[in-house]
Ligand binder design. Structure first.
Ligand SMILES: Nc1ncnc2c1ncn2[C@@H]1O[C@H](COP(=O)(O)OP(=O)(O)OP(=O)(O)O)[C@@H](O)[C@H]1O
Length: 369
């Protein structure tokens, strides 16, 4: 095996002020080929003629997504009748990437190739390329997703226990593989309620974790951005994803979607401070030797921390004490204080039995904000 030249991807900062509490060496303990997406991505291109686009199901910033069919046995194509032919075709999702930096495409591919087959991670089935445009398209397993705006309001406590365990299993797995997702939000969690199947999708912003490396804070979607991103704390880690999970849970439990609804990135931190307190924000910054960026000079106010029961009205019976404690331990400014994915799965909320009082939770009504 030839050794790769040194990489800048694991280059430590001159001042290391924060490192992950868990899976610190997940990349370092693996060969450089595992994480070096700049020097080591080998793509085995599949045949584009094996796939057929049916219709468009989504458009993201970085791609157009179609539902499609995979023709497993193209040779058979002419010998069978219509009906049998259909049995040979498998549904799939085709994600056609928009032209972005090759480095970003290689990163998503490398991460998907490393994680495919892992629990509740969307499976990458194939990679194909359009002959003329050279644009790559990723072929995934299809999830019969139900829109979260319809699905989440129907959740009772046992559903929250089930689906959030599934999400945490996916996150604990990718973190143990040295990868932070960095874009956890309802739109990236596909749920098929009929099959009780959950898959974490969209690994386009995911990145390998190396201790002491400065990361770009322009990741995640505004409402689910952790405080670390909003104060330019570059040495963040897997714990960023657990903030986003906390936002998802709080939105469901307190019937406020999204829970922190900033009108800009700066306003996002203001919305967070209005709940968690300004004094607490400043002590977080102080711990890591950082200052509040000047963009907040005119917009940050002196908020007093709100207790969680401020958000629990009579309209929600999801706000049981174990749930509040779980949210409280996820929505922490200090990324090092947040529960890890494994710790969250071990939280008492997931051990409790709520089956008997699940009837009353039917009466939940949605309160818009
Ligand atoms: N495997 C899948 N099964 C079902 N639907 C999917 C699947 N993959 C993607 N989608 C749909 O397509 C949308 C866009 O996919 P994806 O998030 O991967 O693309 P993106 O360009 O990175 O999006 P964004 O700009 O929102 O981050 C998803 O929100 C989802 O609705």
């Amino acid at each position: 095996m030839t050794t790769l030249p040194p990489s800048a991807l694991n280059q430590k900062s001159t001042r290391v002020y924060s490192e992950a509490r868990v899976y610190r060496d997940a990349c370092e303990k693996r060969p450089q080929e595992y994480w070096d997406y700049e020097q080591s991505v080998v793509i085995k291109w599949g045949k584009i003629s094996n796939y057929e686009i049916i219709n468009k199901i989504g458009r993201g910033k970085y791609s157009e997504v179609f539902s499609g069919e995979c023709i497993i046995n193209p040779e058979d194509h002419h010998h069978h009748q219509q009906q049998q032919q259909h049995e040979k075709q498998q549904p799939c999702v085709i994600k056609v990437l928009k032209p972005v930096k090759m480095k970003k495409i290689y990163r998503e591919l490398k991460i998907l190739m490393n994680l495919t087959g892992g629990p509740n991670v969307i499976s990458l089935l194939d990679i194909v390329q359009d002959q003329s445009s050279k644009i790559p398209a990723l072929i995934f397993e299809e999830v019969k997703n139900m829109d979260f705006r319809q699905l989440y309001p129907t959740f009772k406590l046992p559903d929250l226990q089930y689906y959030f365990t599934q999400l945490l299993i996916a996150l604990n797995y990718c973190h143990s593989m040295g990868i932070m997702h960095r874009d956890v939000k309802p739109q990236n969690v596909m749920i098929d309620p009929k099959e009780k199947k959950l898959r974490l999708i969209d690994w386009g912003l995911a990145e390998f974790y190396h201790p002491g490396v400065d990361y770009n804070v322009r990741v995640a979607s505004r409402y689910h951005k952790g405080p670390e991103l909003l104060v330019n704390l570059n040495q963040y880690d897997y714990s960023l994803d657990l903030w986003s999970v906390g936002c998802m849970l709080a939105a469901i439990v307190f019937k406020r979607e999204p829970f922190f609804k900033g009108s800009s990135n700066a306003d996002q931190l203001v919305k967070i401070a209005a709940v968690l307190g300004t004094k607490e924000l400043l002590s977080y910054l102080n711990k890591y030797g950082l200052r509040l960026p000047s963009e907040y000079d005119n917009i940050m106010r002196d908020f007093i921390r709100r207790p969680w029961d401020h958000f629990t009205g009579s309209y929600t019976n999801l706000a049981v004490p174990e749930m509040i404690d779980l949210i409280d331990n996820l929505l922490r400014y200090d990324h090092q204080e947040r529960l890890t994915a494994q710790e969250a799965m071990d939280h008492p909320f997931f051990k409790a039995n709520y089956e008997s009082n699940s009837d009353e939770s039917n009466q939940n009504t949605m309160v818009s904000n």
